[in-house]
Design a protein around this ligand. Sequence first.
Ligand code: PEP
Length: 254
Amino acid sequence: MNPNRKPIVAGNWKMNNTVAEALTLVTEIKRQAAEGKGVEIVLCPPFTALQAVSNAISGTAIGLGAQNMHWEKSGAFTGEVSATMLRELYCHYVIIGHSERRTLFGETDEAVNRKIKTALASNLHPIVCVGETLQQRQANQTEAIIRAQVLNGLKDIAADQFANIIMAYEPVWAIGTGMTATPGQAQDVHRFIRGLLQELADEKIAQTVRIQYGGSIKPANAKELFHQSDIDGGLIGGAALDAVAFMAIVNAAL
Ligand code: PEP
């Protein structure tokens, strides 16, 4: 954690929570959120619960994020949702390039790049996910994979937009597996990502970008991860479905 960057902790609820369940969870998070001052909190419910959660957090400092969007403004894209539709619900963040989208839905770096551009043009903060598989890590390809994902994902994006982007390093082998990167492993990749941002922009700009860690963060391991100098918060999956665990992680980022 670097005092010049405000930590940001986002909950990725994935395909979980009906509207009723979402409201129960958000009510509890809101009740406890006063303790989390100093940390930006973002909730990313499924599309169907965005409106309800948006209403529930209205007037609080909690931010709203979507889990995906299309890069086009509108049109014949059955099943897709546009940036304008998200903005209409007071969404200010959108997760882009999550490993589940890349692996299960064939999302490429090129699609990620298009989505980031559209998100930025629509005043949405993209939370851009990158990460290597276990096989790639074991083959010593982590840096090459991250390099390609970051450089292709951020291709032709103006450096003055970088402060509006949140990066998320999510080793695929750590997502939903209970296996967490050690603080040292995570910090090494975060530092590497910041170096890539410096290559694309400059050091000053690279220092402003927040880089979240994601992958089996729990209250028990959050503090040590957040203690690393280039880790600026977390993207939380499983533990974000439990208000007590999620807020314990938020508080660990204080
Ligand atoms: C995620 O899906 O972004 C994630 C980090 O999941 P989990 O915390 O469950 O590993």
